[in-house]
Design a protein around this ligand. Sequence first.
Ligand SMILES: Cc1cc2nc3c(=O)[nH]c(=O)nc-3n(C[C@H](O)[C@H](O)[C@H](O)COP(=O)(O)OP(=O)(O)OC[C@H]3O[C@@H](n4cnc5c(N)ncnc54)[C@H](O)[C@@H]3O)c2cc1C
Length: 375
Amino acid sequence: MSSDISKVLVVGGGIGGLCAAIALRRQGVAVDLVEIKSEWTVYGVGIIQQSNVVREMARLGVLDGYLEVAYAFEDVGIYDLQGNALVRIPGQRLAGPEYPANVGISRLSLHQVLSTTAIDLGTQVRLGLSVESFQQDATGVDVSFTDGSAGRYDLVVGADGVYSKIRSMLFGDTYKPRFTGQAVWRYNFPRHPSIDHLASYVGAEGNAGLVPLSDDLMYMFSTSHEPGNPRYEPAQLAELMRDRISKIAGLVGELREQITDSSQVVYKPMEVVFVNEPWFKGRVLLIGDAAHATTPHLGQGAGMAIEDALVLSLELSGSGSVEERLERFMTRRFERCKYISENSIMAGEREMARDATFDRIGLTKAMLKLTAEPI
Ligand SMILES: Cc1cc2nc3c(=O)[nH]c(=O)nc-3n(C[C@H](O)[C@H](O)[C@H](O)COP(=O)(O)OP(=O)(O)OC[C@H]3O[C@@H](n4cnc5c(N)ncnc54)[C@H](O)[C@@H]3O)c2cc1C
């Protein structure tokens, strides 16, 4: 790593921030990471990580530990709402022939693998605080933290998610999260023997997916149109989720009646934001959802955050001024993330319009082709 980048502050201990810490520590950079939550928990159920992510996990040096706690699978199956197979899209083994194409992993397991690795590599993690303010000059950034402490860094990486404080500090109110009109419903089940791949059920009357997370566990997700972004009573959630998938037969229909515990339904309105200009000013940069939060329709939001982290560490170790290196980072990241962001949002809009001409299979294949390209 160039000697002018020897100490970096990462703001946010989610997937993107942790991967940035890991990648930078592997380059010998000192990393402080601050996370606003005092209990470092993660919300949600599980996450799909596709072949490009498996490849980048290998490059981050975490693949073996990660695969131990993930469910490896090859194909994506797309079915109609009666459960009839429409197409089976074969997986691409981008990490090498000995590694699986795709994985499903619980968010908690992913967090544990990444946080343990980051800490073992020497990342200095502080919980329950954030950045209060910063001032930068030509050679560094002076940061004041919310606990009254301070530090000077060669670079600050804002990986603080869709409601990024660092984004507001850089761009004011220019970029604010927007509700897309849809929400996601998720629920865990014992894994059904037939769910040894990602199964996606699609049609104008609804949609759902089943994702294996381990030999014993899988989760169901469904996206729905929720005009006005209503706030539901927590006790209603199981009944509402059953309603949203009531037009789906086959395995989803069989599982539907098992959605009875509202406390286990994870409901999340979809919010998006895209910073449509370079994601840095001086020595302060955004990555992940802070720069490009999108909907989960292509299952690539975390994938893009992980890729950002890896490309950042690679570009920082290159030559040129800090600005030139960050510009090269942007060149490698902007269009790829924009494609994922825009096409994910477009898929949701076509669902809301109940557009029977929406070529979801074509979009999935195009996304897989694009994300297979090296970063
Ligand atoms: C319902 C749903 C399903 C999804 N499914 C998938 C999927 O299957 N595959 C996939 O690849 N992606 C998926 N995504 C997207 C994925 O979850 C995100 O893209 C990913 O979590 C982004 O990581 P991040 O680190 O940028 O942000 P986050 O995961 O949001 O992490 C940000 C971190 O910063 C912390 N923080 C916030 N503010 C501050 C502050 N001021 N100071 C310090 N710390 C702060 C937060 O507490 C958090 O720990 C899904 C998203 C949703 C909503």
